[in-house]
Design a protein around this ligand. Structure first.
Ligand SMILES: [Zn+2]
Ligand SMILES: [Zn+2]
Length: 273
């Protein structure tokens, strides 16, 4: 199973980091977790396309994680010529969000159906709203879920993907909590969206200070990885985003608490498990 960090950015615009998303491939089964800005472009960079997706898993409805879902839907529709449903899984509220995306796309859908004889139906999208604890399969990948903690964003869902004895925890935005511990337990890779508390605290901006109470910082992620015996910790969605010459400092901070492999995510970093 390959875990490809298709977007390691955050809401803060960055020329080198697409918005949050991760692509997991297990043979022909491609599973996308979240759909931040630029996701379709990065999927192409990873050798994938929306038409290849067995499913899309949404962690929560914060805009940075779903703002390019419309591009996934439209590109899937066009590339499959409308013949294949796109399966989307997410917390309560996902169906309404997708419905509204379809509403926003109404003019485009009409234009393309009018112009292309082979396109006869709007995008076929099948949404499944999940309850924490649900488990199911997407293609050849077994998916487990648990509640995470990103209040006031509710509900939020983290995922554990398993295939052929390998496991990856993709938990989204959350503070350390029981759900994350469950998902990341002995995982081959635990991917955590993180902030650097020390650096964010130094930013004289009230909205930046607000993010401190609902994200894991690097120390939280490392302590979780150690507590649950994850094999690798991959950091993504880093705020503030480090330059490569700062990666060593981030790794050193995590390594004070976790002695497994620590990966600082770049867009298209691939972790094979
Ligand atoms: Zn969020
Ligand atoms: Zn986020």
């Amino acid at each position: 199973m390959d875990v490809i960090l298709t977007g390691t950015g955050s809401p803060l615009p960055d020329p080198n980091r697409a918005g949050p998303s991760t692509l997991v491939t297990a043979g022909d089964s491609h599973v996308l977790v979240d759909a931040g800005r630029g996701v379709v472009m990065r999927m192409a960079g990873a050798g994938s396309l929306p038409a290849f997706l067995a499913g899309v898993l949404i962690t929560h409805l914060h805009s940075d994680h779903v703002c390019a879902l419309n591009d996934v839907i439209t590109t899937h529709w066009v590339l499959t010529q409308g013949n294949v449903p796109l399966r989307i899984y997410g917390p309560a509220g996902t169906a309404q969000f997708v419905d509204r995306q379809m509403g926003a796309l109404e003019a485009d859908i009409g234009y393309r159906i009018a112009h292309h004889d082979v396109l006869t139906t709007p995008p076929q999208v099948q949404v499944t709203e999940l309850n924490p604890g649900d488990s199911f399969t997407v293609g050849a990948v077994a998916v487990g879920t648990a509640a995470t903690e990103h209040s006031p964003v509710k509900p939020t869902i983290g995922y554990r993907l398993e295939h052929d004895g390998s496991s990856a925890a993709l938990v989204g935005d959350t503070i350390a909590c029981d759900g994350v511990d469950e998902l990341a337990a002995e995982a081959d890779v635990y991917v955590q969206t993180v902030i650097r508390r020390d650096l964010v605290e130094a930013v004289p901006n009230e909205m930046m200070q607000d993010i401190l109470d609902y994200h894991s910082d690097v120390v939280d992620a490392a302590q979780t990885a150690s507590r649950v015996k994850a094999k690798r910790l991959a950091l993504t969605h880093m705020v503030p985003a480090p330059n490569p010459d700062q990666y060593g400092e981030w790794v050193a901070l995590a390594a004070e608490h976790f002695d497994g492999e620590i990966i600082i995510g770049d867009d298209l970093t691939t972790i094979s498990v």
